[in-house]
Design a protein around this ligand. Sequence first.
Ligand SMILES: NC(=O)c1ccc[n+]([C@@H]2O[C@H](COP(=O)([O-])OP(=O)(O)OC[C@H]3O[C@@H](n4cnc5c(N)ncnc54)[C@H](OP(=O)(O)O)[C@@H]3O)[C@@H](O)[C@H]2O)c1
Length: 298
Amino acid sequence: MKKIGVALIGYGKVGKACGELLLSSEDLALAGIIRRPESRGQSLPEVFHGIPVVSHLHELQEVRCALLCVPPDMTEGMAHEILQMGIPIVECAMLEGQAFRAHKDAIHRAATRHKVPAIVGAGWDPGAISLFRSLFAMLIPNGHTHTSHRSGKNLHHTITVESVPGVKNALCTEQRTPEGRLQRYIYVEIDQEADQDRVIEAIRSDPLFLQEETLVFPVETVTALEEQGQGLMLERRGRVGQIGHQHLLMEARGNVVALTAEVMLSAARAIPTLHTGAYSLNEIPLANLWGDHNEIEE
Ligand SMILES: NC(=O)c1ccc[n+]([C@@H]2O[C@H](COP(=O)([O-])OP(=O)(O)OC[C@H]3O[C@@H](n4cnc5c(N)ncnc54)[C@H](OP(=O)(O)O)[C@@H]3O)[C@@H](O)[C@H]2O)c1
């Protein structure tokens, strides 16, 4: 199978992560990297040896898609330039709300005019998290979604939890819901021999935590959590008076740059399946983004 040639525009954090993934991809090939003149002289890691580093896309061969990894305010202008050449683009600029919609509309007009597809907001957030938000809203149509971004720095050790039998180590953080209610998030490393459910129940029933809603998450190691800078909590609650107490919660921790790069490559795979115009991830079948992996479903 011939690999799809992909060009990288910008070698910053996301560009580097995309480049590394492209080098190990079985179906996508790194056709080259476009850098600003002031950056082109900088040497790249050894793994990129032999990959062309140029100042313009014209200088590269066999490019079927370009990944835009440049600052958000540069993305639209660059997208226009590349779409004009008849080359599809994937971008992930961190824009939200009205700014995101205006950005998508502008890229849609250019992509339609030049008869090529484009994928916008193909990162972590916007991107993968937009898909989760959409799924949550489909499951609880009448509700409210709240997203909170958290960093490892807000976490602190909690002696109360660490003294619960079966707990090896624990980190705690708290936040206010949009209604002003206090919520505690407790991450616990549980002894292998201990009964996880009992440990969680013991923490929840501690008098110190009874007053507030306390959410307990077992994790393999809290040290890794402290080191990881970024995390996100996505929560959707059904309106009062609706059926039962519908409540969906997703807790995520990881390296946002690496996750964004994964999504950008998935979007590049979907490009050949699209007609002209700009698409957000929600408008593309999941199977086109990463294949039909039925075996993953459990
Ligand atoms: N959706 C998400 O979840 C998500 C997450 C992270 C980042 N992003 C987006 O990804 C894009 C790249 O982010 P990043 O963290 O990789 O940024 P970064 O580390 O600052 O890298 C941006 C790169 O863009 C190039 N560039 C071109 N024109 C530039 C200019 N005028 N000023 C500065 N750099 C310029 C540079 O590459 P050269 O030196 O090689 O020319 C620079 O290294 C941004 O649009 C950001 O919003 C999205």
